[in-house]
Design a protein around this ligand. Sequence first.
Ligand SMILES: Nc1nc2c(c(=O)[nH]1)N[C@H]1C(S)=C(S)[C@@H](COP(=O)(O)O)O[C@H]1N2
Ligand SMILES: [Mo]
Length: 313
Amino acid sequence: MKTKKIPSSQITPEEVYLSRRKFIKNLAIISAGSMLAASCNGSATPSTATTPNSINSVKDELGDPLNSYQDITGYTNYYEFAEDKSSPSRLAQGLKTFPWSLKVDGLVKNPKTYFVDDLKKLYPPEERIYRLRCVEAWSMVIPWLGFPLNKLLKDIEPTSDAKFVHFETLMDPAQYPGQGNRSYPWPYTEGLRLDEAMHDLTILSTGLYGKDLTPQNGGPIRLVVPWKYGFKSIKAIVHIELVANQPTSFWMNLWPEAYGFYANVNPEVAHPGWSQSSELRIGETKRRKTLMFNGYTDQVAALYQGMDLTINF
Ligand SMILES: Nc1nc2c(c(=O)[nH]1)N[C@H]1C(S)=C(S)[C@@H](COP(=O)(O)O)O[C@H]1N2
Ligand SMILES: [Mo]
């Protein structure tokens, strides 16, 4: 994971994205309506319910403006496709994201396999505007659509032995050219402690900007854990397994001193190759100070009471 310069061609003037916002908002209302109609099994009555997936704001709770749709979908990290930021948006277009099944099993009372389309009906997507801070020291503000992972976990009922959650991305070298590179430990995997997975900020995302999640952003379904470095937010998940012991993950296997299990955003703990004290918000020119827990300290600090955050990074 190395830093790259952002081409200025990817920066969208505010007026353009504001008008696009209005347009997307209308789309969101239409798609929420059709989602409801579909779940009512053929009812032709138009819905008057308020939409759960409109774009609610142009800013996050700290007042930071959202990144443009173009930035978010054009500048991505997805090693299954490529190691650079711009080609995944092109290479991912052929990914077969429908139908997509997600298996949830391990130390649980009710193991289940879901189609993503059914998950969206079971747990209607809500909007979550989160900062995403990559370990490479760039960041974005993204309006995700998704649902708290804890809703799904409560339904499958972890047993008392379950202490961690393990996530796995699709393994399919025919669709993922990067998986031909045997120097990486494919498939991409990630893990959370059970209480981190149960935290209300932790979501499974199926959309952004009121639309379905694009394949390059991890469609049809990905994890988003906003207080941790971006690599924890694993894309294109096919398997979630409840386990007893702390699992290793893709980046941990490659370089544990740089990419720890917890990977909480922390401006005090440097990566072996660079400082984490500041970051470049995509679309800006002046660096920002990196915030402890990416600005979510009030919500998540209690999870780590008594833990030395300089060792458990
Ligand atoms: N399967 C998979 N998930 C992944 C990655 C990846 O290469 N493969 N990259 C990670 C990294 S390093 C980051 S910063 C975020 C980027 O998410 P975005 O491209 O939607 O901004 O996805 C994470 N999830
Ligand atoms: Mo990242």
